[in-house]
Design a protein around this ligand. Structure first.
Ligand code: SF4
Length: 327
């Protein structure tokens, strides 16, 4: 499935979360003509019948005339023969789901960011953890797909809280998740905190350690991981003043999980699909392991063969002990 995005930066947001500035993140402004913008994006992103139009960048269902925009967008989606619409919104602004469904919405992306109230409050999210649970339920009951966004490294966040949030979200059984380590963007409250020395962003090593364990939880829960790490092009990267940005962050985090698998099982040889070779051994070259093509990921461990899935089950069980959130 391909995504054809158009952006409404911070449109519908009642107030700004401390880490957010969608103008800085996208360098775009809300479209003057929604129809023109959709047709331009369709061409630019090579849309087809398998693409979804994405209405991103703000709190879509709180934009003053969002119903009008949605009707117009759906008309374009039908003209272009795309498969549907996805949109992003806050958990406390999920509303009118029958209208969403009747107008081509197949997926709603909920910005949860954390399932720990103190982390949400520290970023002035101004919604509750319960709002996330309710939003996911309302959408699922209406038969609309749900993706949940989580962030790591926000003020007050810890590894235990990120793991806790991941288990909580996995229990809600969304269709997909997106995981974004926090980047410090220009013209945000977080930037001011960072420049004053009150906020210390994660390093790439720390973020990939946390995110690799979050990946383990979602893989084990059979929940699709739609994206890891924020997309930034050359232009928008200039607006990132701190934080664990790397263009291949997703690959790094996945490799970090395989590294834990290889080390903890004391692997001698590793088997796996050739398309995963770079993730499994490419970035873990220092472990000097022989890679043999196979459908299933497995290692010749100390005493026996250990499949990745079997290891993952036990590993995720051990992460449960670390997952904590003092509410
Ligand atoms: S994180 Fe979402 S809700 Fe918060 S300001 Fe940004 S777009 Fe708006």
């Amino acid at each position: 499935m391909k995504i054809v995005p158009i952006f409404f930066p911070n449109a519908g947001c009642r107030r700004k979360c401390t880490f957010c500035n969608e103008w800085m993140a996208t360098m775009k402004s809300s479209p003057k003509s929604v129809k023109d913008e959709i047709y331009k994006a369709y061409e630019f992103y090579h849309g087809n019948e398998n693409s979804e139009l994405a209405l991103y960048g703000g709190t879509f269902t709180a934009i003053e005339n969002w119903e009008e925009i949605l009707i117009e967008s759906y008309r374009c989606v039908e003209e272009l023969g795309m498969r549907g619409i996805r949109l992003s919104t806050r958990p406390d602004e999920v509303r009118n789901v029958d209208f969403l469904k009747a107008n081509g919405v197949v997926n709603v992306e909920i910005g949860a960011q954390s399932m720990c109230q103190d982390v949400l409050d520290a970023s002035k999210r101004d919604h509750t953890v319960e709002d996330v649970r309710k939003a996911v339920k309302i959408l699922k009951d209406a038969g609309i797909g749900v993706s949940v966004h989580l962030m790591t490294g926000l003020p007050e966040d810890t590894k235990s809280k990120s793991l806790f949030s991941s288990f909580e979200v996995a229990n809600l059984r969304p269709n997909g998740v997106r995981i974004h380590p926090t980047l410090v963007l220009k013209k945000t409250e977080l930037e001011r905190e960072y420049l004053a020395g009150h906020y210390v962003p994660q390093s790439i090593e720390e973020a990939s350690d946390w995110v690799s364990d979050m990946i383990a939880i979602f893989l084990n829960g059979r929940i699709v991981i739609e994206r890891i790490g924020m997309y930034q092009d050359e232009e928008t990267l200039k607006n990132v003043v701190g934080g664990p940005f790397h263009p291949a962050f997703g690959e790094i985090a996945r490799s970090a999980l395989y590294r834990k698998y290889l080390i903890l099982t004391e692997a001698k040889r590793v088997f796996g699909p050739p398309n995963l070779r770079s993730q499994i051994v490419g970035r873990n070259r220092d472990l000097d392991l022989e890679f043999l093509p196979s459908k299933e990921i497995a290692v010749d461990g100390k005493d026996c063969k250990i499949t990745f899935n079997k290891w993952l089950l036990e590993y995720v069980h051990s992460l449960k002990e670390m997952a904590r959130c003092d509410l």
